[in-house]
Design a protein around this ligand. Structure first.
Ligand code: FEO
Length: 397
């Protein structure tokens, strides 16, 4: 039985759905699985395969091609060298002897390094170079840093289709070929953006700009369902990658003996009373994808931690490291928490987030359980955040 599906005449989805995968890079949770989309484009003279699949699912790709009766492939377009898309290249080249890999010059080096593909098998293309398949034309658009330096997009001119690999995709295993449930896909695409694309927000904007004049009927990423209403995902990306922040405070925290938890609960209520949305995350067993998603929009983060060996709790260190690596567009940050006999938590945490271009608001770090004066200090911090959000125009009375 073949899983290949026709997207348009002579254009097929031939990739694999991975319903069971729960972790990517041994780091990123995949609550809804994922897919590794590959596409076959048959022109009147030549045939191209766009991207391959994760090496664990090579058999699915090969079976799909066999079921379609594909005896010859001229080009395998490698939009991205990461192994979930390039990992089956060697197997495909072994089966289809005439095939040449088409990619950017940087991608060529990476395919040779990562997958030991022989240099003679690889054709490099410059930005906006085209390859004719006869009645179909592939145009290659270099799109660095979505999310590696070698990435490119492939535009199928006659069908107004853009193959974007990771860009504009979502980790979502679904039998839907096209987006049907926009709310579900929005959530999955936002999670994907947060975990993978957010550190490259400026490059995302550049690349959105580069494709803005293309006529687009379909955007076909290599994860998740295909967009037959491209504006849906383009509008979402424009919003996420913009400099606009929302009237939201993220509170990632952990508490050992309850003092920090008391402070967090009081502080969250103080913010909500003042008209600010709160996203509170207990870091004892966090879904780091959810936490990353919160960082896409929020104006402010307030980290809550007890003191462990004079520094922040190690699980807070992990969250701070992650936030620093993801480079969200936060504007303000602060810290709250408690200690038993002494703490250098504030200095240590502040030193861990150099990538965050934030104004640090006065932390509230107290000795022992919170007392009346400590709650007042939390009220003062909430008031300060109100003022800052008002100055940005994101909190309107
Ligand atoms: Fe889906 Fe960057 O690989």
């Amino acid at each position: 039985m073949s899983l290949s599906r026709e997207l348009k005449p002579n254009i097929y989805a031939v990739g694999a759905i991975d319903w069971d995968r729960r972790l990517f890079d041994e780091l990123i949770p995949l609550p809804d699985g994922t897919s590794y989309n590959a596409y076959l484009v048959r022109g009147s003279e030549k045939t191209a395969l766009i991207d391959t699949v994760d090496p664990t699912m090579t058999d699915v790709l090969v079976r799909n091609l066999e079921e379609l009766g594909i005896n010859d492939i001229d080009y395998v377009i490698a939009n991205h060298a990461e192994q979930d898309h390039s990992g089956s290249l060697a197997s495909i080249l072994a089966l289809y002897h005439n095939a040449r890999v088409v990619c950017t010059p940087k991608c060529k080096d990476m395919l040779m390094d990562l997958l030991l593909i022989h240099r003679d098998k690889i054709l490099t293309v410059e930005d906006r170079e085209v390859i004719s398949l006869g009645d179909k034309t592939l145009e290659f658009i270099h799109a660095s840093w979505v999310h590696w330096p070698e990435t490119m997009l492939t535009y199928l001119r006659e069908d107004r289709m853009l193959f974007t690999c990771d860009f504009l995709g979502s980790h979502l295993a679904t039998s839907d070929l096209f987006v049907t449930d926009e709310a579900t896909v929005y959530e999955a695409a936002k999670r994907y953006y947060a975990e993978i694309m957010m550190p490259f927000r400026i490059a995302i904007r550049t690349n959105l700009h580069r494709i803005k004049d293309l006529e687009l009927n379909i955007i076909a990423p290599s994860h998740g369902p295909v967009h037959n209403k491209p504006d849906f995902i383009l509008t979402a990306y424009r919003d996420w990658a913009s400099d606009d922040v929302k009237n939201e405070v993220i509170i990632p925290y952990i508490s050992m003996h309850g003092s920090t938890k008391k402070m967090v609960e009081y502080f969250a209520e103080a913010l909500i009373e003042r008209g600010i949305a709160v996203k509170q995350f207990n870091l004892s067993e966090p879904d780091i994808g959810k936490l990353a998603m919160a960082f896409v929009d929020a104006a402010t983060v307030v980290i809550g931690s007890p003191t462990v060996l004079v520094g922040p709790h190690p699980k807070v260190v992990y969250a701070a490291y992650l936030a620093n690596a993801l480079r969200p567009k936060l504007r303000f940050a602060s810290i709250l928490g408690s200690y038993g006999w002494g703490s250098r938590m504030v200095e240590q945490l502040a030193g861990m987030i150099p990538n965050l271009k934030v104004e640090i608001l006065d932390p509230v770090v107290i000795k022992g359980v919170p007392k009346e004066a400590d709650f007042k200090a939390l009220d003062r911090l909430a008031d300060e955040i109100v003022n800052k959000h008002k100055e940005l125009g994101i909190l309107i009375e």
